[in-house]
Design a protein around this ligand. Structure first.
Ligand code: ZN
Length: 136
């Protein structure tokens, strides 16, 4: 079961420019900036009540974000849902016929195990599953 929207990911060209823009819009600053080298992205996070907004910028030309912006321009990139057990959800969604981009969870930004569903199996919406990483 997907429990709630954990965050909405927005693809941006410049993290600096967009941090300034969204700070003005939200009336508050981001609470963290994090590079995810394996994905070739730099991210920043804002929290509004229970909802987080993630700005994602490419750090190299081969990053999926660079390709996304080239094709579609800046804008909403993905919706991330909080799950209790990412392995169980991956199995459940596979059995339901959804296609996964990465069938094994990987470490994402903001201390999460993440997994993406292919938008061609979800009406064009890129879906991210995320589970909080609890270090022993
Ligand atoms: Zn995300």
């Amino acid at each position: 079961m997907l429990r709630k929207i954990e965050h909405i990911g927005i693809a941006v060209k410049s993290l600096d420019n967009s941090n300034a823009l969204f700070s003005k819009l939200f009336g508050k600053d981001h609470y963290k900036i994090e590079n995810v080298e394996s994905e070739g992205v730099s991210t920043s996070f804002f929290i509004l009540g229970e909802t987080k907004i993630e700005l994602v910028a490419a750090t190299n030309e081969t990053s999926a974000i660079a390709k996304f912006i080239e094709k579609k321009g800046e804008g909403i990139h993905h919706i991330a849902y909080d799950v209790e057990n990412i392995y169980a959800e991956i199995e459940r969604l596979k059995a339901e016929g959804f296609e996964l981009i990465n069938p094994e969870p990987k470490r994402g930004a903001d201390n999460k195990w993440i997994c993406f569903l292919h938008p061609k199996s979800t009406n064009g919406v890129l879906i991210e599953l995320c589970q909080e990483i609890i270090e022993p």
